[in-house]
Design a protein around this ligand. Structure first.
Ligand code: MCA
Ligand code: AMP
Length: 504
């Protein structure tokens, strides 16, 4: 079957071209007609630059309507959109460029010089800047290019986007998301969360991750409804938008920060109809506090880059705090033992899933894919959970070595590798411990070759190699790391020993 995710979204807004699609905090607006035309101009520009169907376009840019136009342009021509967190350092970007082998790399204007060398070294044929204003770089070039309305139809299993999700072994893996997976998840969310024509979504999430790029953006485009498009999350700015909005999608930190605003409560949320939380655990207590203060029950859902939204609390029905609801239509969720055998309801085990929302596998990593996707098509999520008799899922932990801070994934291995390379560090172990604001904070526990190393030396190594959100802000030295009989570092013991690192 020939499809294109862009065509699906365009069919959704085609009858409402005059409506506002994007409004920025400075009051600039883009109607659906204007956004559609911008995407057609980007399509013309990309084709003129020789970008072909199936080619990867790696993008590391600040959030802007131009960035949305570029994304839709890449989809239109059947190329593959590869978004990168703007916090990634040049060293991290180098890995992504050599792994994805794009025909075009689009970066922030300020990084063009530094990244041009890296792009050249990675044999990337073309690099171009795209900033947040339309008077320069690729956005300007697109405006000077005639719109090219042709949409490249694709096989439904063809890849529309590659989203990198770090691997527990330290190297990121590119989750290949097909047109079909993205189209099916978008339709399901649109239906399940009962989108209405007059909806207005406050979009404060980054658009280099699945939550903001797919769940929030795709549903609003399909629904032909307006997005109040913020460059990032600022609690006061989001509060100001609420009286004229109906939906907020966010990570738990969004909700705890809103609640900490003076006098925040029911009055602020009068016109809102839906608060969605995901990407990180929302404690039952935090959910109940929100309901107490606002009269609204947050709808928590569970998702992954590899699978989009997997389960969701009901729109109509009990949104049970501390649970992530029921499997999306067509998606199977089971709790398994380590061999993949399903366990009875009420058991805690490994969450495994199968469905049309699932990715195609990891880009050029068939062995990693085979490790995580069973012969029968079930994907081993690396999360631990429990299913109730009626199929409601509770996430109780992770079997993968993963820290989630502010909704961003952090894999300890990446940080341990950087720290272990510092002169005088014998070994290190990185763990996540409770952090009131971002959920989990990163802690590094180190063993010195001889004398302890200055923290500033460690921080310099981290600054050079890793995005800031991954950096430990607490460092501890031990004479040795606790190990089990197999010689594996007992991270749970470290989590216990340093669990008050961010609350002392
Ligand atoms: C931050 N802090 C930390 C760490 N990171 N402490 C220890 N270890 C860390 N790793 C603490 C520090 O004190 C830091 O201050 C302070 O928190 C603020 O951190 P910062 O990142 O600067 O805050 P922010 O810039 O305000 O960002 C918070 C945020 C942002 C707005 C919640 O994280 C955000 O937008 N998150 C959304 C991410 C997202 O889109 N996730 C979806 C992924 P200092 O830096 O001075 O020390 S997709 C996904 O997960 C799946 C598909 C799904 O289901 O959605
Ligand atoms: P990512 O790799 O960025 O797609 O992040 C996916 C991971 O985020 C999942 O494997 C879970 O560990 C975590 N996650 C997503 N939604 C939730 C949620 N509602 N509750 C707990 N963890 C979640």
């Amino acid at each position: 079957m020939r499809v294109n995710l862009f065509k699906t979204l365009q069919d959704g807004y085609q009858k409402n071209l005059g409506k506002t699609s994007i409004e920025t905090p400075t009051g600039e607006t883009w109607s659906f007609a204007e956004l559609d035309e911008l995407s057609a101009r980007f399509a013309g520009l990309l084709r003129a630059k020789g970008v072909k169907p199936g080619d990867r376009v790696v993008v590391q840019i600040d959030k802007s309507p131009g960035g949305v136009g570029l994304y839709l342009g890449v989809l239109r021509i059947g190329a593959v959109f590869v978004p990168l967190n703007i916090a990634y350092t040049p060293n991290e970007v180098e890995y992504f460029l050599s792994n994805a082998r794009p025909s075009l790399f689009v970066c922030q204007p300020g990084s063009l010089d530094a990244l041009s060398e890296i792009a050249q070294a990675a044999n990337v044929p073309a690099i171009a800047p795209l900033g947040t204003s339309s008077d320069a770089g690729l956005w300007r070039e697109a405006l000077d290019t005639a719109p090219d309305d042709a949409i490249e139809m694709r096989d439904e299993t063809d890849v529309a986007a590659i989203v990198y999700t770090s691997g527990t072994t330290g190297r990121s893996k590119g989750a290949m998301l097909s047109h079909r997976a993205l189209i099916s998840n978008t339709h399901m969310l649109h239906e399940l969360w009962e989108f209405e024509p007059d909806d207005v979504l406050i979009h404060a999430l980054p658009i280099f991750h699945v939550h903001g790029l797919f769940f929030a953006l795709h549903t609003s485009l399909l629904n032909a409804s307006t997005m109040l498009f913020h460059p990032g999350f600022d609690a006061a700015a989001v509060r100001k938008e609420m009286p004229r909005a109906t939906i907020l999608m966010g990570v738990p930190t969004y909700y705890s920060r809103l609640l900490s605003l003076d006098g925040f409560g029911k009055e602020d949320c009068k016109s809102m109809r839906l608060f969605v939380s995901g990407s990180a655990p929302l404690t039952a207590q935090a959910s109940e506090e929100w309901t107490e203060a606002t009269g609204h029950a947050i709808l928590e859902r569970y998702g992954m880059s590899e699978a989009g939204v997997i389960t969701s609390n009901p729109y109509n029905g009990e949104r049970l705090p501390g649970t992530v609801g029921y499997a999306m239509p067509g998606t199977e969720v089971k709790i398994c033992d380590t061999d993949g055998a399903a366990l009875p309801a009420g058991s805690v085990g490994s969450i495994e899933i199968r469905g049309p929302n699932l990715f195609n596998g990891y880009w050029e990593m068939p062995e990693k894919t085979a490790q995580e996707v069973r012969e029968d098509g079930f994907f081993i999520t690396g999360d631990l959970g429990e299913l109730s008799e009626d199929g409601r899922l509770k996430i109780v932990g992770r079997s993968k070595d993963l820290i989630i801070s502010g909704g961003y994934n952090i894999y300890p291995k990446e940080i341990e590798s950087v720290l272990d390379d510092v002169e005088g560090v014998k070994e290190s172990a990185v763990v996540g411990v409770p952090h009131a604001d971002v959920g989990e904070g990163v802690v590094a526990v180190l063993v010195a070759e001889a004398d302890e190393i200055e923290t500033t030396t460690l921080q310099t190594a981290l600054d050079d190699n890793l995005a800031r959100f991954k950096h430990p802000r607490r460092f501890y030295w031990l004479s040795e790391l606790p190990r089990n009989t197999m010689g594996k570092v007992q991270k749970n013991k470290l989590r216990e020993q340093f669990e008050t690192a961010y609350s002392d």
